[in-house]
Design a protein around this ligand. Structure first.
Ligand code: AMP
Ligand code: MG
Length: 492
């Protein structure tokens, strides 16, 4: 059903529409009963040069999918994907709709997408809708990730729909997330055409991705080879960044891996509280496929799937090339992760023995189930001689003093002054992360009491994650045992 157009326009320039129609379905969002704008990211709207005034009634209607922006030609993208290792040849935007692409004055291009906007050709048995809980979770976590310096999709707004959605927990308030991405092509988009042996479409898609995300590949004499290697590097950087923050994506299916190198699809994701390398939060990840420590090897596995799709574009020795790239991925990922983890303990110029120093700390953390974020954050304080906040995390562990002594000795041998080292450590070890129990509290207040104040407050605290904020000290604390959230849900 066509929906009315607003006077309001965004300045869209949607290049995805230049691809053949087999890449998408032209379709409109489905209107909702009583939309209300609950969270609006003014800063992001400004950054994207979107001419929005949150008080403008047409804006709420446009973001809810009740009206179409004057220059929007909405579409749902086709994609496939490996879900927990099994291939599904048709997934696609089953509850999301791209409103359009926006280019800023400095030439950056963004997709503006609604999530929870109604059924499309790709909805299968789903209702096309989203519940408020997962929508709030995605808004909070994606914005926190951005501030923490991790490439990610971003969140522009949350609207409640005035309608209920039925999930296993019962009837829940429905919501729409307005999401922004530098691009929404996934590994699964390539897999969609690969499964259909459509070499021409794979070429068109690869050319699209080069033009949009990796223009330097176009300059190379083997653009598709260069593209694959560039996507591999972006994936290595991203995964290392996740892990250095204790982040677990939770559902790294190939349909949830953007070729842009941005984190996408915050479903059952979580920041780890107490450390364990095999930590899993997702309630459906029974085998631990997407556990914390497996994320590098999963990203590599996903990369091989992408390589196989691109094979027809590689020509001779394509298989060997895929092997080379996945091999370099592993090396680059391990190197970046080691560097990032060593930086967390204050070591910028590694020497022999540093890796074992790090491994020993991680083993102690695992033994004592210390909080991942606070352990690293408080280690920096030990440089001033204030070892108490750090040591208390370890409950008088008898091996800790010897480790601390070795580390302090190592830091004295570093080139820089203690104050500089401390500053460097604090700059990579946040104090405030979107903790699960805090997110749950924010969701509970919104869902049960229609109160978005806790969500707003949490978002505010997370805006300066590296800075002490004494008035918000509670938000830095690890959950008490009874507050721990052990499982997160996909939200579908
Ligand atoms: P996800 O697990 O959220 O990455 O989604 C996997 C696939 O299921 C994608 O094709 C989604 O569009 C689709 N999907 C998830 N939830 C719904 C829903 N409520 N209605 C329709 N499709 C959905
Ligand atoms: Mg998905």
């Amino acid at each position: 059903m066509p929906i009315p157009r607003a006077r309001l326009s965004c300045g869209f320039d949607t290049t995805f529409l230049q691809l053949p129609e087999k890449f998408y379905q032209l379709c409109s969002p489905q209107p909702v009963t009583a939309p209300e704008l609950r969270l609006f990211n003014h800063e992001l709207a400004e950054e994207l040069e979107l001419p929005f005034d949150a008080k403008e009634p047409e804006l709420t209607a446009c973001l809810a999918g009740n009206l179409l922006f004057a220059d929007s030609h909405p579409l749902a993208m086709a994609y496939a994907g490996h879900q927990f290792g099994s291939f599904v040849s048709q997934l696609g935007d089953g509850r999301a709709i791209l409103l359009g692409e926006k280019v800023t004055a400095d030439g950056r291009r963004f997709d503006l997408q609604l999530k929870g906007s109604g059924v499309t050709r790709f909805s299968r048995n789903g209702d096309g809708r989203a519940a408020l809980g997962p929508v709030l979770r995605e808004y909070i976590v994606s914005e926190a990730m951005h501030v923490l310096g991790v490439p990610t999709t971003r969140s522009l707004a949350v609207l409640t729909s005035g309608e209920k959605v039925v999930r296993s927990e019962g009837a829940l308030p429905g919501a729409i997330l307005v999401r922004v991405a530098s691009g929404l092509v996934r590994t699964g988009t390539f897999e969609y055409f690969s499964a259909r042996n459509d070499e021409e479409a794979i070429r068109q898609l690869a050319e699209y991705v080069i033009a949009r995300h990796y223009p330097e590949s176009a300059e190379n004499e083997k653009p598709f080879h260069h593209l694959f290697a560039a996507i591999a590097s972006a994936g290595a950087r991203l995964t290392a960044q996740w892990m250095a923050l204790g982040f677990i994506h939770g559902v790294m299916n190939t349909d949830n891996i953007a070729v842009s190198g941005e984190t996408i699809d915050y479903g059952p994701c979580a920041f780890m509280d107490h450390y364990h390398p095999n930590r899993v939060f997702s309630s459906i990840d029974f085998s631990g496929r997407y556990r914390y420590s497996a994320q590098g090897s999963i990203m590599k596995w996903n990369l091989s799937r992408l390589g196989n799709c691109l094979l027809p574009l590689f020509g001779q020795d394509g298989e060997a090339f895929i092997e080379t790239v996945t091999g370099s991925f592993e090396q680059e990922f391990m190197q970046l992760l080691t560097e990032a983890m060593l930086c967390k303990i204050g070591i910028e110029a590694p020497r022999e023995g540093d890796s074992s120093l790090l491994q020993e700390l991680l083993a102690l953390m695992q033994q004592e189930e210390t909080d991942f974020t606070l352990t690293f954050h408080h280690l920096a304080d030990c440089l001033d001689g204030d070892t108490t906040p750090f040591s208390t995390l370890f409950h008088n562990n008898t091996e800790l003093p010897a480790w601390l002594e070795r580390w302090q000795k190592r830091m004295k041998a570093a080139e820089e002054e203690p104050a500089t080292n401390r500053q460097r450590m604090k700059a990579v070890n946040p104090l405030f992360i979107p903790r699960n129990h805090r997110i749950e509290q924010a969701i509970h207040a919104a869902q049960e009491h229609d109160d978005f104040t806790p969500a707003r407050k949490l978002l505010q605290v997370l805006q300066t994650p590296f800075t002490e904020q004494p008035e918000f000290a509670e938000f830095a604390k690890a959950p008490k045992v009874e507050e721990r959230v052990l499982h997160t849900f996909c939200g579908t």
